[in-house]
Design a protein around this ligand. Structure first.
Ligand SMILES: [Zn+2]
Length: 175
């Protein structure tokens, strides 16, 4: 290997860094249109991994794990021991209202894939300033419903020159 190639390899290694933080909660949901077990109201011990990628600072830190925890924890607290309900699932809304039970309304069906997208959007909205300051350029969200199944979304973001925190939608390259 020539000196030039070695230099290139080292440069690439320095640029690539990921940090991941794990969250867990218990939640209920259903997919009324599903042709199988998910049609019934049921629960999961959800496991969520939030992974951030970017260039570490001169001290070698990309972003403090505590910062990720601070941004995401309020969402997890509102989902823990709650029933996640799609906004057009009126029957489930009525049933949960009758029970006066903790719940969270989502703008779409409560599939693992959609929950990944919701977490990514939440992270961008609530953590915009932090993600921008720490030069995060990719967000990966992995949601595990069971021991053997997970969904994952990977979002490339460009947060270097935000005009305002509300503009995050237009900064999302892929979601
Ligand atoms: Zn399920």
């Amino acid at each position: 290997m020539t000196a030039e190639i070695k230099q290139q390899v080292q440069f690439k290694k320095e640029k690539l860094m990921k940090v991941s933080k794990k969250f867990r909660w218990e939640g209920a949901h259903r997919l009324p249109w599903h042709q199988g077990g998910c049609q019934s109201l049921h629960g999961h011990s959800y496991v969520l991994w939030v992974e951030l990628e970017g260039e570490p600072d001169e001290r070698g830190m990309l972003i403090d794990f505590k910062v990720i925890k601070k941004i995401i924890s309020p969402l997890i607290e509102s989902w823990d021991h709650a029933t996640l309900i799609a906004k057009d699932d009126t029957k489930l809304k009525e049933a949960i209202a009758l029970l006066n039970s903790k719940h969270f309304i989502l703008p779409y069906d409560t599939t693992s894939e959609n929950l990944c997208l919701y977490v990514a959007q939440y992270l961008l909205k609530k953590g915009f300033k932090n993600l921008s300051e720490h030069r995060i350029d990719r967000i990966t969200v992995r949601l595990q419903e069971t021991e053997s199944c997970y969904a994952e979304s990977s979002t490339v973001v460009s947060l270097e020159h935000p005009s305002s925190p509300e503009s995050f939608d237009s900064k999302v390259v892929s979601l």
